[in-house]
Write a protein that binds this ligand. Structure first.
Ligand code: PHE
Length: 359
């Protein structure tokens, strides 16, 4: 006879399995009974030592015991696995680090445009957009840009080849008059024509910013692109002064480039503003000492600005004695390049993920 009592084992397993409440404990139980050196294996190994006529009955008993233990283990496993499944949806180990998802993000230019627009919205400006296809009138004539001005040249502006009927369709003006009033159609070379659009359709007070794409037939290199972005801003009311322009642009520069930034207004000329000024900020690379980025000057030009020319007010039907206003226009790519230290404008348009992922 083997020294293990089969009936005692039978009684024991029910009590033992009852107490098990974890997968490792169940595995210990399985090894104890069904393992290679477990109790069932020991019982089986003892069969040849039995007297022959006892062997069959004993063998059957061992077999029944083995099946019973196996089904007990299986049952128990279900009750243990189920709660884990529920917690981790499909037996997922909640303690494991997850698989990182690649999140989409806004293009760096969109981020800079949004940031600048938000700064102006906090100051009470509203955002307006205009079409990229413009009339010669809105892009030049209305803005007091004379017929002989070089920016009107085909080397500086993309003109569209369209029949005059199509031009009148697009501009809403009729017949032969269309061309005389609106001129040819073109891809706008700056966002300033939106000044004309807004002033023609609204009365002061106005505080507006205009983000958008502009086009110029420049040869592409590290600092030129035939398409780029500008943000135009203007304010019109009674008694708007140059100091208002200075105040607004100072808030902008400090918000975008930090409180330490210095600004200067340098006299300049634009046909649609008088007086006009270009605005420089202290070089953000060398802090004004002079380096290769600022061409040893210590200053970086960031925008053009001025007081809106009385002729522009006349062209939109505003009384030039009644109202004054300021306007400014900045290149978004240039500001983004300075802010992030980007040295080639083409990077914005190539959509190389290695570049875009850094923003
Ligand atoms: N439109 C000018 C440019 O593209 C910038 C500007 C806007 C200057 C408004 C003065 C006032 O260079």
């Amino acid at each position: 006879m083997p020294n293990i009592d089969i009936d005692a084992v039978k009684a024991q397993i029910d009590a033992e399995i009852e107490k098990i409440n974890s997968a490792p404990a169940l595995e210990d139980f399985r090894i104890k009974y069904l393992g290679r050196k477990g109790i069932v294996a020991q019982l089986t190994a003892s069969i040849p030592n039995l007297i022959p006529h006892e062997r069959q009955a004993f063998g059957q008993k061992v077999n029944t015991l083995k099946n019973r233990i196996a089904s007990l283990v299986e049952e128990k496993q279900k009750t243990l696995v189920e709660p884990e499944r529920q917690a981790g949806a499909g037996g997922v180990d909640m303690g494991m680090p997850g698989i990182a998802q690649d999140l989409g993000r806004l293009h760096p230019l969109t981020q800079v445009i949004d940031e600048i627009c938000a700064i102006f919205m906090r100051m009470g400006f509203s955002i307006v957009e205009g079409p990229e296809i413009e009339t010669e009138h809105n892009n030049f004539t209305g803005l007091n840009i004379p017929l002989e001005h070089p920016s009107r040249d085909v080397f500086d502006t993309f003109y569209l080849k369209l029949a005059s009927e199509r031009v009148s369709q697009l501009t809403g003006s009729t017949g032969k008059l269309a061309n005389r009033q609106t001129g040819k159609l073109l891809l706008r070379s700056h966002t300033s024509p939106v000044q004309i659009r807004v002033m023609q359709s609204r009365k002061p007070p106005l505080a507006v910013v205009v983000p958008g794409r502009v086009y110029r037939p420049d040869a592409v290199d590290a600092s030129h692109s035939f398409m780029f972005h500008q943000i135009e801003g203007f304010m019109v009311d009674k008694n708007i002064a140059f100091s208002d322009l200075k105040g607004v642009l100072t808030i902008l520069a400090k918000a975008v480039f930090g409180k330490e930034i210095k600004m200067r207004f340098r006299p300049h000329f634009f046909p649609f503003t008088e007086p006009s000024a270009e605005v420089d900020i202290s070089c953000i690379i060398c802090k004004g000492k002079g380096c290769s980025v600022c061409g040893r000057k210590g200053w970086l030009e960031i925008l053009g600005s001025g007081m809106i020319h009385p002729n522009v007010f006349k062209n939109v039907g505003y009384g030039p004695k009644k109202y004054t206003g300021f306007a400014f226009g900045m290149g978004v790519e240039r500001i983004a390049m300075l802010k992030y230290g980007i040295n080639d404008i083409r990077l914005f348009f190539e959509n190389d993920m290695r570049f875009l992922k850094q923003f």
